[in-house]
Structures are given as structure tokens and as C-alpha cells.
Ligand binder design. Structure first.
Ligand code: GLN
Length: 492
């Protein structure tokens, strides 16, 4: 099946003309049409544009102009602005917004020859861990509990549609954004590789902003090598994003082959939390053993401020969100609901356009930034953030990478954790630290829980050293030999 190929295999097949880019894209569009009514992974499917891009790819291949992603069908999180294609951020307020420009990351992918199948579902404005807050409805995780095939599980969030699409083999790879875990957590829930690079490695220009100092674009893939191919294409220095890093993009595929011999891998003791399922602890121990067997040295380390990570994140992220979302005022673009006075129009527009979680974040954000509470909450959170960064810097003076679980649980059912936002926020326990510090991290599928659901291990690296993170991830992938397939997938 063409839809089962990895990106690396598809590149080879296209080059050898075993199949055409049009055939490859059509196989995926057929899968999308069959499965999307159930999975709801795509908000917008761009059939005609995808076929045109595939045709152009075949012409390029015939000319000998073969780029890193020529003819590879991808899915794009609906947070990346795509010129001429509706971009909603899964919010009513942008329901009919058609950007007149292309984000830098998607422009890089297109320039490398990629085909875009469409725009994927997400939590509204990327705020969530379950894809339940989308104005376009929830996404179904293609994986099923062995014991309870009727339960509809969440794919994780916020990039739930991208994760579901790649897991169900209706896209070969996808873009995501990770502000507190939104690539790694859905990757873990859907049995995928999820890559959050260093802050600034991928441009944020043209990505709908959630929390600017925490937002990281990155890829989803089914193998570590495919993740390396996609990140290599997405990453660039971008003068249009002042936080973009002016550094050469290394050869990530080569880094996947480095091995881990002689590397020092830290195991942070603060990630061993009360109430964590025994299976996750066991998988973590397994991961440690795999790396030790492959020649790495395992070091017990401490990140003492880990326990403040979530509290810090849930102050900084809403603060930045409340400021970023001020632009949705009904004046220049997006939804407008008229009112008697200008201020009524603002209020009506925002009340009609934003869902409950987005409103909650704006309320928290404006509160922690308000004159009376700024010092007590926002300023203090910034200070703690600096301590969290210092923890990472100190640890990385002594080790090359860290190994942790990605999430404290496997995928849960739709509707679970919905009545208690704190329970939902706990999903991000192991992922927010890397966002607060800006360091790269990858989630790799490492095993299944007793229900047959995927679990990921997380590798965290030094700032701008994605190469070591890829090397360790590739070793975990090799050792885990993860071959399980989701029950819902193309061609079933
Ligand atoms: N779950 C986290 C939140 O709700 C992270 C989301 C993200 O990374 N975009 O804020």
C-alpha cells in the first residue's frame, strides 16, 4: 500500500518511478475521503490543489528536479497560514479567514516540493491537550483500547488532527506546533515521532500566535528518519521572525545514524511522580536499559524546579495568549458581530468568536498581567522560568541528553478530564519544561500499555543540539522495534 510507505521509502519510489506523485497523492486523498468523516482530522481538504501540486511534482521529477520532499503528501496544522487556503485555528473567529500569505515553514515545505492535502484540526488556538476544544468538533484517535473497542479516544492535543492523520496513514507527515507539549503529547498518544526543535529553529512567521515565547513549530512522522527529513525542510533562519535563529540547519538524517556510544544520558529524578502508572515507569526503565546496552552512560540527575513547571506555564502561556488574542477585534479580519457602539462590537465579536477554553485563558492572562497581580503572578512566573532554564543548563553541563516519559498516561477517552481543567493541564507535566527552557525534545513510540495503546519516551537535548536528540531517538526506535498499527487506517 502506498499509504504505508515512510517518507524515505516514498522518496526512493518516486525517484525510481515505481509510482507517480499523482498516484501517491491520490492514494492519500482516497484515504482522507474514506476516514475523515469519522476521524475529523482535517478541517479543510484541498483535493484540487493537492492534485495540481502532485502533477507539478511529477513534471519536476521528469525534469530531474528532485528536492527533499518532491511529491510527498503532507497535512498542515490549521494554525499555519496558507495562501489562498482557509486557516481557522479551529476557532469561529477565523472560520472564514483566507490568508493572503504563506507561513515561512509551509513556504519552505512547498519550496522543497511537498504536496499539501489540507489543514488539520486542533484545539482552538492550540489551547488544549485533547483536541476537544476545537470549534470544528473533536478528533478521534485511530487507536482503540483492546478491551473496549467502543471507547472513542482523544488523539491528544493541540495538534490532534495532524497526529490522527499521520497515524491513520492518510498523510505521510504533518506539521504541528508545540507550546507546552502539543506535538509530543499527541505523538505519544498516536504512536508517532513528534519533534519539538529548539526555540527559534523553525520560524513562527505566519503561524497564528498562541504564546509567542513558547510556540515551536515542528513535524510529526512515523519514523525518526522521516522526522529528520521534515525538520530539515521546515527549519530556516527567517528575517521576518526576530526570534528566528541565524544558524545553519545541520544534516539531521546523518545525525540519526550516529549511535549513542559514549553519550551521557541523564534521568531526571523529579519526573518520577506520584500516581504515575506502573507501565509508564516500566517503559522508562526499559528505555534506560536500551540506551545502556547501546553503550550510553546513564546518569541520575536533578531538575529541582520541575515541580513549578506547570504552574509557571499556566501563567506565562495565558498571559501571552491574552495579549496575542487582542488582535481579534472584528475590525480588520475574521468574524465581526455588530453592536451599537464600537466597544459593543468588540464584545459581541469576541463573545461569539471564542470558545470556553480560549475565554478562560484570556481571563487568566489578563488577571495575571493586571496592575494589582502582575508582581505576584506574572513577574514571579518569569523568575521561576529563569530557574527552570538554569536547571537545564546545569544538567547539560554534565550530560548530553535526558530521557523521560512523554506523558503521565496513554490516550484517554473523549469526555474524560473535561470537567476539571487542572486534570487536563496535568497532561503537560513532562513536556512544558522543554518549552519554558526552549530546548529541543522528541517523543518516540516505545511500547504499548496493557490496553494496547502506544506510549512514548521523550528525549530532551541541549539548545540547538537536535542532532544528539535525533541520535538517541533513533536508538530508542531501533531497540523498541515498534511495529504496532492503529485499528483505523487507510486501506482497512
Ligand atoms: N496543553 C497545553 C495547553 O493547553 C499545550 C498546548 C500546546 O502546546 N499548544 O496550553
Amino acid at each position: 500500500m502506498l499509504t504505508d510507505l515512510t517518507i524515505a521509502q516514498a522518496q526512493a519510489g518516486l525517484k525510481a518511478k515505481t509510482f507517480s506523485a499523482v498516484e501517491l497523492t491520490q492514494a492519500h486523498l482516497t484515504g482522507v475521503d474514506a476516514l475523515n468523516p469519522r476521524l475529523n482530522a482535517f478541517i479543510t481538504v484541498s483535493h484540487a490543489k493537492a492534485r495540481d501540486q502532485a502533477k507539478a511534482a511529477d513534471e519536476a521529477i521528469a525534469r530531474g528536479d528532485i528536492r527533499p520532499l518532491t511529491g510527498i503528501p503532507l497535512a498542515i496544522k490549521d494554525l499555519f497560514c496558507t495562501e489562498g487556503i482557509r486557516t481557522t485555528a479551529a476557532s469561529r473567529i477565523l472560520e472564514s479567514f483566507i490568508p493572503p500569505y504563506e507561513s515561512t515553514v509551509t513556504a519552505n515545505l512547498l519550496n522543497d516540493g511537498a504536496v499539501f492535502l489540507g489543514k488539520t484540526n486542533l484545539d482552538e488556538f492550540a489551547m488544549g491537550s485533547s483536541n476537544m476544544t476545537s470549534a470544528f468538533g473533536p478528533v478521534e484517535n485511530p487507536w482503540k483500547r483492546r478491551q473496549d473497542q467502543n471507547a472513542v479516544l482523544v488523539p491528544g492535543g493541540s495538534s490532534g488532527g495532524s497526529a490522527a492523520a499521520v497515524a491513520a496513514r492518510i498523510a505521510m507527515g504533518a506539521t504541528g506546533t508545540d507550546t507546552g507539549g502539543s506535538i509530543r503529547q499527541p505523538a505519544s498518544f498516536c504512536g508517532l515521532v513528534g519533534v519539538k526543535p529548539s526555540y527559534g529553529r523553525c520560524s513562527r512567521w505566519g503561524v497564528v500566535a498562541f504564546a509567542s515565547s513558547l510556540d515551536h513549530p515542528g513535524p510529526f512522522a512515523r519514523t525518526v528518519q522521516d522526522g529528520a527529513i521534515l525538520l530539515g525542510s521546515m527549519a530556516s533562519h527567517d528575517p521576518k521572525d526576530s526570534t528566528s535563529a541565524d544558524r545553519p540547519v545541520p544534516d539531521y538524517q546523518a545525525a540519526c545514524k550516529r549511535g549513542v556510544k559514549g553519550l551521557r544520558i541523564g534521568v531526571p529524578r523529579e519526573y518520577r511522580v506520584d500516581g504515575m502508572p506502573a507501565e509508564i515507569e516500566a517503559l522508562w526503565q526499559q528505555g534506560i536499559a536500551w540506551l545502556r546496552d547501546a553503550g550510553a552512560e546513564i546518569v541520575d540527575v536533578s531538575l529541582p524546579h520541575t515541580k513549578y513547571g506547570l504552574a509557571t506555564y499556566y501563567i506565562v502561556a495565558p498571559a501571552e495568549a491574552s495579549s496575542n488574542l487582542a488582535r481579534y477585534d472584528g475590525v480588520r479580519f475574521g468574524l465581526r458581530k455588530d453592536g451599537a457602539e464600537l466597544s459593543d462590537m468588540y464584545g459581541n465579536t469576541r463573545a461569539a468568536g471564542f470558545g470556553a477554553e480560549v475565554r478562560r485563558r484570556i481571563l487568566i492572562g489578563t488577571y495575571v498581567l493586571s496592575a494589582g497581580y502582575y508582581d505576584a503572578y506574572y513577574l514571579r512566573a518569569q523568575k521561576v522560568r529563569a530557574l527552570i532554564l538554569r536547571d537545564f543548563n546545569e544538567v547539560f553541563a554534565n550530560v548530553d541528553a535526558l530521557l523521560t516519559p512523554t506523558t503521565p498516561s496513554a490516550a484517554f477517552a473523549q469526555g474524560e478530564k473535561m470537567d476539571d481543567p487542572i486534570q487536563m493541564y496535568l497532561n503537560d507535566l513532562f513536556t512544558v519544561g522543554a518549552n519554558l527552557a526552549g530546548v529541543p525534545a522528541i517523543s518516540v513510540p516505545a511500547g504499548l500499555d496493557s490496553n494496547g495503546l502506544p506510549l512514548g519516551l521523550q528525549i530532551i537535548g541541549k539548545n540547538f543540539d537536535e542532532e544528539t536528540v535525533f541520535a538517541v531517538s533513533a536508538e530508542i526506535e531501533r531497540a523498541a522495534g515498534f511495529t504496532a498499527l492503529p485499528q483505523i487506517r487507510a486501506g482497512m
